[in-house]
Design a protein around this ligand. Structure first.
Ligand SMILES: Cc1ncc(COP(=O)(O)O)c(C=O)c1O
Length: 404
């Protein structure tokens, strides 16, 4: 269902990796860099805060942070943020999701570098209590930087229809002011930013293949949601800015770089998926990136004419258990998964005209549905530049770090 690659890419990738035994994962640096530059050119000059969950490889995160247009990390857990700060990957890290981890919060409040480099996300006074509790046992805790998460979901029909991730209960300017005042009243905390991520726009392709009516419905919802959110986000930001100065207002993602960055109230975009350009991001009208992250599986047997079986491959992506979440055959073109078996735990049958040209021992190239999750399956990424592997770098998992 996702697009296939071309014969020249197949020759190039096969030849660059001829010395490697599959399964393995690669990042095609030409595509990766082109995607990074294209993303940065679509934000009207506003910086992209790199969503690390969508990369999960420190060396690649550091490469992107060194590029124009990128500033800071949008991390996914506090232990991850502490690790990145300690290693010097960034001194500007926002943890995008709330934490209840008392040990990590105590480490944050107890360490000067961490406390100045990291902001944690809150959306309720319960989060504030947890931070204060974790810091209470320390002799001289540092102030903890916090950011407020705002619900950016779309609601219609009096709340009976909702699109967008269920995250923060903070939705109105009054909600935001009440929480901001609670933060400002606690001297151990410092409010530094706001975040409002519109997953129903940034993470939902408006051009789902073979579903024209659903596509129309998505586009209508996204138009209405963007208009509603622009006004609400501006009102919330203005109301909180009347109480305190903010360092940042974060919004958007790979699928909404232009739209979100055009809102005056937003100062930065949080994005990362577009770097690897997994299959879920094929379904957008607004942009086309290049597939940059792939994994190779070895063909290990041939059940009969028109099919081969590859070893491994069952790496589904998180989210609703839908067909869009399974990996897709990419190269050679002309292969598809077997509907009965899908991508299997230990083997993946591949069907189609290209199967008969494959020999046992050949590689098939697959794409993951999401971005960084691929790195939870491999301990290293081979970096292909043109026709050669120029480096092999550890994923988070390869560094012994499996945060989620
Ligand atoms: C808070 C937040 N911001 C931004 C993003 C967008 O990230 P990406 O562009 O990597 O899909 C996400 C993705 O889930 C997110 O949770």
């Amino acid at each position: 269902m996702s697009r296939s690659g071309n014969a020249e890419d197949l020759r190039r990738l096969d030849s660059a990796t001829a010395h490697l035994d599959a399964p393995f994962a690669i990042v095609d640096l030409g595509a990766f860099r082109a995607n990074a530059a294209a993303m940065a050119s679509r934000t009207g000059g506003k910086p992209i805060r790199l969503a690390s969950k969508s990369v999960r490889c420190r060396r690649l995160i550091e490469q992107v942070l060194a590029m124009d247009g990128y500033r800071g990390v949008l991390a996914y857990t506090l232990p991850e943020a502490l690790w990145l700060a300690a290693l010097g990957t960034s001194d500007d890290i926002v943890v995008a999701y709330p934490t209840a981890d008392q040990t990590a919060l105590a480490r944050l409040a107890g360490d000067a570098t961490a406390a100045t480099s990291i902001a944690v996300m809150v959306d309720s006074t319960d989060h504030l209590d947890l931070i204060e509790k974790a810091a209470a046992g320390l002799t001289d805790p540092h102030q903890v930087r916090v950011a407020m998460d705002i619900d950016a979901g779309f609601e219609a029909l009096g709340g009976r229809f909702r699109a967008g991730a269920r995250r923060s209960p903070i939705r109105s300017p009054a909600d935001a002011v009440a929480l901001a005042e609670a933060i400002l009243s606690r001297p151990r905390l410092r409010l530094v930013g706001l975040m409002a991520y519109e997953s129903q726009i940034a993470g939902v392709g408006d051009n789902p293949p073979g579903r024209p009516l659903y596509a129309q419905a998505i586009r209508l919802m996204q138009r209405k949601s963007a208009a509603e959110l622009a006004d609400r986000r501006a009102a919330i930001v203005a109301a909180v800015r009347r109480l305190t100065a903010l360092e940042f207002v974060n919004g958007g993602g790979t699928g909404s770089l232009e739209g979100t960055s055009a809102e005056p109230a937003v100062t930065e975009i949080g994005a990362g998926s577009g770097l690897y350009h997994p299959t879920l991001f094929d379904a957008y009208r607004g942009f086309t990136g290049q597939p940059a992250a792939m994994f190779a599986l070895p063909v290990v047997r041939r059940p009969g004419p028109g099919s081969v079986t590859a070893l491994g491959g069952g790496y589904p992506a998180s989210g609703p258990g839908a067909p869009s979440r399974v990996p897709s055959p990419y190269l050679p073109a002309g292969l598809r998964l077997d509907k009965e078996e899908g991508a299997g735990e230990v083997q993946t049958p591949l069907i189609g005209p290209a199967a008969d040209s494959l020999k046992i021992g050949d590689k098939v190239w697959m794409r993951h549905a999401k971005a960084g999750e691929l790195c939870e399956r491999f301990s290293e990424l081979h970096l292909v530049d043109g026709t050669a592997v120029v480096a092999t770098v550890p994923t988070y998992r390869g560094e012994g770090q499996t945060f989620l």
